[in-house]
Design a protein around this ligand. Sequence first.
Ligand code: S3P
Ligand code: PEP
Length: 446
Amino acid sequence: MTESSVHPALWPAPHASGAVDATVTVPGSKSVTNRALVLASLASEPGWLRRPLRSRDTLLMAEALRAMGVGIEETISSSSTASGEPEITGEAWRVIPAGLHGPVTVDVGNAGTVMRFLPPVATLTDGPVRFDGDPRSYERPLTGVIEGLRALGARIEDDGRGALPLTVHGGGALDGGPVAIDASSSSQFVSALLLSGPRFNQGVEVRHTGSVLPSMPHIRMTVDMLRAVGAQVDEPETGGEPNVWRVSPSALLGRDLTIEPDLSNAQPFLAAALVTGGKVTIPDWPERTTQPGDALREIFTAMGGSCELTERGLTFTGTGRIHGIDVNLGEVGELTPGIAAVAALADSPSTLSGVAHLRLHETDRLAALTKEINELGGDVTETADGLHIRPRPLHGGVFHTYDDHRMATAGAIIGLAVKGVEIENVGTTAKTLPDFPDMWTGMLGV
Ligand SMILES: O=C(O)C1=C[C@@H](OP(=O)(O)O)[C@@H](O)[C@H](O)C1
Ligand SMILES: C=C(OP(=O)(O)O)C(=O)O
């Protein structure tokens, strides 16, 4: 447990006195940064990550890979101006792959990407790799990774619950081949096995056997990023068998990759435009992306705003009126807390569905959102796979965050419209956006 969660401070969420009008530069994507770190570490030559996200989840990933032997040097990248003067263009990480070694202990924190993406990497080391993390990490599902890796030839010691803590006994290589897993509780099981797949002797063929598969854009992100480093991937969306992904064994290239801004972390800022009837521009919004946050253009437009993508970025404009929405968020589950917050301020009810698996995210997000919005006077009920939200006038109070970064940002969105909201442990936003409080007050000019 972190110091801040033992003595959680209360952060008075700023109330917006008028329409916001701001440009907010959002740091790099967590999901892209952590995939890029894994792929660069498994490559056969050095590579670069430019504008990586520097947050708890990505630093834990970098630290774990370093402990296994990978060189990751943090530098400030520069390029020359027309006059020849160097111009600072931002942070860059140079990744230098090396032989992977144990014994190592990996702290996964509460990062889904670290606890799921690294056990497959650990099978390639020459020793034991112990995985441990925050108390909540013991409750988050890992069965697909543990059972999947065992079926592919790995030796893993765990306590039989299909969760952390566990030790992967790396044997220097893994057979690989075909494997069937149920990834209905997390798409990250599929991504995890695919990311290391090129380095398994026979590659990997992952077959998802469960009824639902959440977060498909994140699996597309895995496939796209694998292809970008030279891997050969067959997958359902380009003519392959449904629910089957195949990665051939191959060496991986070291690339020079600029990380896109984190569009899910852009969500609270776009929501601020919607809630206050203002305007927010996010520079460098990609024209094409696999990030689920891109769906906000459609979802927040349906909730009452409008957006325009230009060379300046994405500009989102609110009208001051917010409408409820009936939407299946199965593909974009991580957007649920921010959408629920906006929906609680709308002029009609909302039904958010397709997100039963959020009960096993950083916290049980369906229970947490229901409790916290209702404690401010709201009327939210949990359904089997989501939330039903009937807006009511809300009042101030403490908004608890349960060590969940997206609960903290959801509370901040509500605080824009409701006076006297205090966010407990806003520091938990450090998981993916350490500068959130300053960025938020900066946007509001307070
Ligand atoms: O692969 C990824 O980077 C992610 C996949 C999703 O996980 P689930 O499929 O477990 O929801 C998402 O919610 C998480 O924030 C990031
Ligand atoms: C679910 C999330 O994170 P994780 O990568 O820990 O699963 C999230 O960021 O919303």
